[in-house]
Design a binder for this molecule. Structure first.
Ligand SMILES: [Zn+2]
Length: 89
């Protein structure tokens, strides 16, 4: 996934691929929930370990680790790391 597309919620998630006709279902294969970018970044059970590492790193820098904090440009490198770690899972 491309970072700028994630930050503006236009990444090629399950739901977006469904909108383009490239997937039969907009639901996540793992969780069965709507597979949009918020699901990928904040909810999907598939990336619990990687998300916890991301949250810990952002919290160490900003003192907060909610999704708004994690999307801050000040910690863009941590978002890049999360995407890189989850890209092939
Ligand atoms: Zn999921």
């Amino acid at each position: 996934m491309e970072i700028h597309r994630i930050r503006c919620a236009k990444s090629l998630t399950d739901s977006t691929l469904h909108q383009y006709g490239a997937r039969a279902s907009p639901l996540c294969d793992v969780c069965g929930k709507h597979g949009d970018v918020i699901h990928y970044l904040d909810e999907c059970e598939k990336f619990v370990k990687e998300r916890e590492e991301w949250r810990r790193a952002v919290n160490a820098t900003l003192g907060s680790c909610n999704l708004k904090a994690r999307m801050s440009l000040a910690v863009l490198g941590e978002l890049v790391d999360f995407v890189a770690k989850t890209a092939n899972l």
